[in-house]
Design a protein around this ligand. Structure first.
Ligand code: DC
Length: 225
């Protein structure tokens, strides 16, 4: 039986469990998974590497035309490789400098416009689970399913700290991570264009006390219903 093409939008603040949930959900639904944050991270890396000041709109317009971002799923769809202009930047874009700068450049309208175009294009021919900050509000306002994940800042800081330890990026203390998350949340949710916010028709899920498996099962159950 051929399944209807579906779009699932998952938004929420950093470390609310979006990416891990979205990835596993895409696998269960047999569709592609796109981490839109990785796209903003790739742009941030490109601008830094090429020393492009994004306040210079003329230069930025030209630069955006020269950026190619490919998201290549692994065979089992458990991971994506992010290719920026032909180079695998999957690891590099997770570095703390890029994490911080991606939130700064994501407030720029020209960058958002280009990312939204690319994101919509990705959904043209296939079912997709996309996570980010504005997926249910701006990118796919007509998505079939919209979820907004939240979790307490303490829990999110703990998750990020553990993730950093596991990836060998563990220099920051829990308190530093908590402060950075709060700062990034504020910047992402107070910017003028496409701020982080729950779409009116999104289902909010508090993941503070849920395991990844519980989050995935809950969302999968809601979609099946
Ligand atoms: O999801 P993430 O933490 O990897 O995203 C990095 C930054 O990119 C985040 O601080 C805000 C920005 N972002 C955005 O503005 N819109 C999206 N749809 C996804 C990410």
């Amino acid at each position: 039986m051929k399944m209807k093409k579906i779009i699932v939008a998952i938004d929420g603040p950093a470390s609310s469990g979006k990416s891990t949930t979205a990835k596993q959900l895409a696998k269960k639904l047999n569709c592609i998974y796109v981490d839109s944050g990785a796209m903003y991270r790739a742009v941030a890396l490109f601008l830094l590497q090429n020393e492009i000041d994004f306040d210079d709109k003329k230069l930025l317009r030209k630069a955006l035309l020269g950026i190619s971002i490919e998201i290549v799923p692994s065979r089992d769809r458990s991971e994506n490789t992010i290719i920026l202009n032909g180079v695998d930047v999957s690891k590099k874009i997770r570095e703390p400098e890029i994490t911080n700068y991606s939130s700064t450049i994501a407030a720029e309208g020209l960058i958002r416009k280009r990312m939204v175009e690319l994101q919509r294009k990705m959904s043209e021919k296939q079912s997709i689970v996309m996570d980010g900050r504005d997926i249910g509000t701006v990118v796919f306002p007509n998505a079939d399913f919209k979820f907004f994940l939240v979790a307490s800042i303490e829990e999110r800081a703990k998750r990020r700290w553990t993730e950093n330890q596991n990836k060998g990026l563990g220099k920051k203390t829990l308190i530093e991570i908590k402060e950075e998350l709060a700062f990034r949340d504020k910047r992402d949710s107070t910017r003028k264009i496409a701020p982080l916010k729950k779409a009116e028709d999104a289902i909010e899920i508090d993941t503070t006390n849920l395991s990844i498996q519980q989050q995935v099962n809950k969302i999968f159950g809601l979609i099946k219903k």
